[in-house]
Design a protein around this ligand. Structure first.
Ligand SMILES: Cc1cc2nc3c(=O)[nH]c(=O)nc-3n(C[C@H](O)[C@H](O)[C@H](O)COP(=O)(O)OP(=O)(O)OC[C@H]3O[C@@H](n4cnc5c(N)ncnc54)[C@H](O)[C@@H]3O)c2cc1C
Length: 390
């Protein structure tokens, strides 16, 4: 078997891996991008925020991406049987098939010059010159630098750091509803759940609805329990009458605040990005933006003469993890019934608070500024009740 020698080997060609490969190849590095799964549909809502699309405007052509522009986010309070619609502007959120979105990112990386190795990485070892990736009987890749972009169950993370603990994961379970009717074509629906704490969602993708529930993996509910909750919700809201339901289940990193403050994302010559690094909003479970942005930071660090892994860690901490630590602190309160009730009240009564929520959905507002954003709506009483309940 021949060995492919490159500057940087990247394991995993989701948004994080393909973005890192694109940035590195464009800068002239020799890059191998290793993933045997394409083309594939990743279990995901497929919600891509405006800030994520802006980041990849040089790689993803929105005009060629089958997607739905979301106009309304509807929040449901099941306890009180009420809901409120929050209008979103056309730039806030699109919902796309992950086969298509990830496919365009991979194509862009290949066009930029990255070598795609269509195989699964079976092992990763250190060598005197860097790292060796064993990718089956026909592929072996040797590289000075290694990027782990292989998702929540990352092999690179398991070999060079440690796997996520159960308390650091949430489980997302549900159905792709094929052939569901079109009335919800531009709406997402979100319902907070108290037991286990989390939320149910319905996202309209072109051709099907992605419907699901997420909850912390150590909260005591099995994937089967959660899936039957989703099926009940689909019936109760009549979301997918007559549709063919295709089940899915997948882990999402969902770190507590303390873990965001002491992240393990890099070491000499290696970098973890996206889900492999744990970079997912623990409340909304938005991960695509953080996957793309961490990939850009890792590519920059891998290119630097000393492959500055410490600098990468600091940048991830400052730019991403500090704010996600605040989200993790808010999380416990977010899914309690009194908070859901107050949130629906506040959204119903205040246009200013609807705007703050629309910005949160679009990923435009940092959690660190939430208090001031709510206070700035001048709905002081409402904002105060919300803040003290969360
Ligand atoms: C049900 C669900 C709904 C979600 N909804 C949203 C949403 O609406 N919006 C949002 O922003 N985020 C959402 N997320 C989170 C989002 O899916 C992830 O944060 C995002 O995909 C992370 O990108 P990534 O590139 O780090 O990892 P991934 O997208 O998981 O890509 C990892 C890649 O690595 C490959 N791989 C794994 N192991 C190996 C190996 N050994 N060798 C080679 N390749 C390997 C996989 O095949 C895959 O292609 C959701 C997650 C779930 C589970």
């Amino acid at each position: 078997m021949d060995t492919l020698n490159v500057d940087v080997a990247i394991v995993g060609a989701g948004p994080a891996g393909s973005r890192a490969a694109f940035c590195l190849a464009r800068a002239g590095a020799r890059v191998a991008l290793i993933d045997g799964s394409h083309p594939r549909e990743k279990p995901c809502g497929g919600g891509v925020t405006g800030r994520a699309l802006a980041l990849v405007a040089d790689a993803v052509d929105l005009a060629r991406l089958p997607s739905r522009r979301i106009r309304t986010a509807r929040f449901v309070d099941a306890f009180a049987g009420r809901s409120v619609a929050v209008p979103l502007d056309g730039e806030a959120l699109v919902v796309a098939s992950r086969a298509e979105f990830d496919g365009q990112l991979l194509d862009a990386a290949r066009h930029a010059g990255a070598q795609f190795v269509a195989s699964r990485a079976l092992d990763v070892t250190r060598s005197p010159d860097g790292f060796v990736v064993d990718a089956g009987p026909r592929h072996r890749v040797a590289a000075r630098r290694l990027i782990g972009a292989d998702g929540a169950n990352s092999l690179v993370r398991r070999r060079l750091a440690r796997p996520f603990a159960r308390a650091e994961l949430s489980i997302a379970t549900g159905y792709f509803a094929h052939g569901a009717g079109s009335p919800m074509a531009n709406d997402i629906v979100v319902e907070f759940a108290a037991d286990p704490p989390g939320y149910l969602w319905s996202f309209p993708r072109p051709g099907h609805l992605a419907v699901g529930i997420c909850a912390q993996a150590d909260a005591g509910a099995t994937a089967a329990d959660l899936r039957s909750r989703t099926a009940g919700w689909i019936d109760r809201l009549a979301l997918a009458d007559g549709a063919r339901l295709e089940p899915y289940s997948w882990p999402i990193p969902s770190l507590p605040a303390a873990a965001f403050r002491s992240l393990t994302v890099s070491g000499p010559g290696w970098f973890l990005v996206g889900d492999a690094a744990g970079l997912v909003d623990p409340i909304t479970r938005e991960g695509i933006y953080f996957a793309l942005r961490s990939a850009e930071l890792a590519a920059e660090a891998a290119l630097s003469p000393g492959a500055s892994h410490a600098r990468y860690r600091e940048q991830v901490q400052d730019e991403i993890a500090d704010d996600l630590a605040i989200a993790a602190r808010y999380k416990a309160g977010f899914f309690r019934p009194p908070f859901a009730r107050l949130l629906i009240d506040a959204l119903t009564e205040s246009a200013g608070i609807r705007t703050v929520m629309a910005d949160l959905v679009a990923g435009r507002r940092a959690y660190s500024s939430l208090k001031w954003s709510l206070a700035g709506t001048f709905e002081v009483g409402l904002a105060w009740r919300l803040l003290t309940a969360s």
